[in-house]
Ligand binder design. Structure first.
Ligand SMILES: [Zn+2]
Length: 244
């Protein structure tokens, strides 16, 4: 009996920690422009529509579940959760929307989050109100806030305008809740987090790593994101999302 008890105990000691500590790592990817690079701005902030399509097909064919922040609770329920995000609300994000439609299947529903700068909505190279409404209505895109004017949030005083007013304006356009803020330039401090908590459930940084739940204070306001760049090959992409 004693031997069996010790044996059982050993098995428990061997496997319990694995169960407890096998925290899943969740990639939150960051894109800007989905377009051919035509010489304007920084090339690494572009991903070509063709590369983007290859990347989304990779996720589809490797069993990933694309989530938006409304479904945060599902990271513990779905197979291989991943978040696709786009900053700055460029008009060319419509190309990403086209790719989503193209790679969609009965089993695979591509979804992503576009972080718009609310005062820039409708500028010539940015998404318009009707673009945002159309994409939000499709159920494939969640439109969230990247502030009103894209300031360094550690250097401002008018948090109400940048955080609350931008949220209100976007909600008024899409008719859907705005619960997530992407900090401009990924810059934040304790004050920024405290202000963000007043209006949002999540705050996104550009700390380049995968998310894993550690139970630390404010971790939902310090969510890390990994840049996908012009130069990111499909091989690099696979390594990033697999957490290698
Ligand atoms: Zn930005």
């Amino acid at each position: 009996m004693k031997k069996i008890a010790i044996f059982v105990l050993c098995i428990l000691i061997l496997f319990l920690p694995l169960q407890v500590f096998a925290e899943r790592k969740v990639p939150i990817l960051l894109y800007h422009s989905i377009d051919e690079f035509k010489g304007h701005g920084s090339k690494e902030l572009y991903v070509t529509p063709n590369n983007f399509e290859q990347q989304m097909m990779y996720l589809r064919d490797h069993g990933y579940t694309l989530l938006t922040f409304e479904r945060w609770q599902d990271i513990d329920k779905v197979n291989k959760p991943i978040f696709i995000t786009f900053d700055d609300g460029y008009k060319n994000n419509l190309n990403a929307f086209v790719v989503f439609q193209k790679v969609k299947t009965e089993r695979f529903k591509p979804t992503g989050t576009i972080f718009v700068i609310s005062d820039f909505i409708g500028r010539s190279n940015r998404l318009s109100r009707s673009d945002l409404k159309m994409m939000a209505d499709s159920g494939l895109i969640s439109v969230q806030s990247h502030t009103a004017t894209h300031p360094d949030l550690t250097q401002i005083k008018n948090y109400r305008y940048e955080l609350k007013e931008s949220k209100g304006k976007i909600q008024q356009i899409t008719g859907k809740p705005v619960i997530t803020l992407a900090y401009p330039y990924g810059i934040f401090n304790d004050k920024v987090v405290a202000e963000t908590k007043k209006y949002y459930l999540f705050g996104l940084t550009t700390t380049p790593k995968l998310f894993s739940k550690k139970g630390i204070k404010d971790e939902l306001y310090l969510l890390p994101r990994i840049y996908i760049k012009y130069s990111t090959t499909l091989d690099d992409f696979a390594k990033i999302v697999e957490g290698e």
